[in-house]
Design a protein around this ligand. Structure first.
Ligand code: NAP
Length: 460
């Protein structure tokens, strides 16, 4: 008979839930406790995916089924390193898998980056997604805004900034976010890529959406499209690139033939613009770029020595996320990931640290779509199971004992039933909304309120 295994997973986003589900299906004799520092599960889906992306938010349904099956026990509002440490985990489990993602902004080292009005995209995303640990208000005072980066996060940020608030009302945005967006005086959102339109990191569905925003005109610039700008035979060109090139060409044609009424807001796509300085004394007043040009490899760029400035009152840096270090867990500061080989955590010398594993963005860095996390989790779980004989039995193989310890520390943890109560509460808030738009859910933002509803099962 196989030994009964006990595994803790830290991080209840898609990466942690997929890992738990794959582990339970490959090794049924397992008890899995899934911890998260937030009171509610789903991590990036609840607090990273843009509210107007219901298709992606819909992944929650399959994650819900995985947690509702009873094989994985969810405990929220438990922070690793504060409420729970590695010694606790070793005492109660054979192994731990860290799936804590990447929620910080990668840093951009240019002058002016700390001026008032210069923001990290990750912080803005946390605000509009109602993350409990972020301020409730956001200074949406700029008429002209720059968004740096040509990945999907840049598109999310640009879209949310450019859209009229009423067009966001059918989503799950919290009331404070709707109120904030409603007052925004924005007229022009400029997205800047440091490489060309053929080197974008967007995906086709997300790009196409930009052309469909109500009362927002898309603006492209001929100077960013050198003759033969898209070479479909170039190395690394995928079908996705070909689709996106067609979308962009379609927009360019439409733009040249455009005769209808101009929209009240514009979304500009600029390319070959590498940011060199954010301008302003105390507050952002502009941004300076060096124009770039493609190198012969058809992928990288060099500075041309030509500089150009744009007047903007806010800059959003969407140039990638970065992972956060966890206490007692080896970390690669350069890459922002837990040191690992195939999900097995290793120390600086490359030696395996027994019983500690990683998966998702904290394992491989913040790239790839949510689905990619599954193959990542499969690799980690296969390696964990291959190590089974070397995993030491815990002294207290008992979750009740760990929960008693959390209670004794005053940790107000939430559980799966608590989430079901909070979920019902948010759905009821959505149904009770008196605006004329159908709202499926209104998120509760405040952490204490979420904990209270989860722990008491309070109804609206
Ligand atoms: P990303 O796809 O890696 O894009 C980062 C962008 O920032 C790139 O265009 C990069 O340019 C640029 N950049 C990096 N450093 C820069 C610098 N110093 N100056 C100017 N530009 C710089 O990252 P992301 O947008 O954060 O997205 C992370 C992952 O989540 C991606 O896999 C993305 O597809 C996924 N995601 C998906 C959705 C969705 O709706 N499906 C939404 C959000 C995120 P270079 O290419 O030149 O390096």
């Amino acid at each position: 008979m196989s030994k009964q295994l006990r595994v803790a997973i830290v991080g209840a986003g898609p990466a942690g839930i997929y890992a738990g589900n794959i582990l339970a299906s490959k090794y049924p004799e397992v008890d899995i406790d899934l911890f998260d520092s937030l009171p509610a599960p789903y991590g990036l889906i609840r607090y990273g995916v843009a509210p107007d992306h219901p298709r992606i938010k819909g992944i929650v349904n399959s994650l819900h089924e995985m947690l509702d099956g009873g094989h994985i026990r969810f405990y929220g509002n438990v922070e690793f390193g504060k409420d729970l440490n590695l010694a606790d985990i070793k005492q109660h489990y054979h192994a731990v898998i860290f799936a804590t993602g990447a929620i910080k902004d990668a840093s951009l080292n240019i002058p002016g980056v700390d001026l008032e009005g210069s923001y990290g995209a990750a912080d803005f995303v946390s605000w509009y997604d109602g993350h409990p640990d972020f301020p409730r208000t956001w200074p949406l005072e700029a008429k002209e805004v720059a968004v740096l980066g040509n990945g999907n996060v840049a598109l999310d940020v640009a879209r949310v900034l450019a859209k009229h608030a009423d067009d966001m009302l059918s989503t799950d945005i919290p009331a404070n976010v709707y109120e904030g967006l409603k007052k925004s005086p924005v007229t022009d959102v400029h997205v800047f890529g440091r490489r060309g339109p053929a080197q974008i990191k967007f995906t086709p569905i997300e790009l196409r959406e930009l052309g469909e925003i109500e009362d927002v005109d898309l603006v492209l610039y001929d100077e960013d499209f050198p003759e033969g700008w898209f070479n479909e035979d170039a190395e690394g060109v995928t079908n996705q690139h070909k689709v996106m090139a067609r979308i962009i060409e379609g927009w360019r044609e439409e733009q040249h033939e455009k005769t209808d009424e101009p929209a009240s807001r514009r979304l500009h796509l600029h390319f070959f613009a590498s940011p060199v300085e954010i301008l302003g004394d105390n507050k952002v007043t502009g941004i300076k770029f060096e124009r770039t040009a493609l190198n012969p490899d058809g992928a990288s760029v060099h500075g041309t020595g030509e500089f150009v400035e744009y007047p903007v009152q806010a800059v959003y840096r969407a140039i990638g996320y970065f992972g956060s270090e966890l206490p007692e867990v080896p970390f690669n500061e350069k890459l922002g990931v837990i040191r690992n080989e195939g999900g097995r955590v290793i120390d600086e010398s490359g030696a395996q640290v027994p019983a500690i594993y990683a998966t998702g963005w904290i394992k491989r860095g913040p790239v790839g779509l949510i689905g990619h996390t599954k193959s990542d989790a499969t690799e980690t779980i296969e390696n964990l199971l291959a190590d089974l004989d070397n995993l030491a039995d815990p002294a207290t193989p008992d979750s009740a004992d760990l929960l008693a310890t959390l209670d004794s520390r005053g940790v107000k943890y939430t559980n799966w039933n608590g989430w079901l109560a909070l979920n019902e509460y948010e759905l009821a808030l959505g149904a009770a909304d008196t605006s004329h738009v159908e709202r499926e859910r209104v998120k509760v933002v405040d952490r204490d309120e979420q904990v209270e509803i989860s722990r008491t099962g309070a109804a609206v």
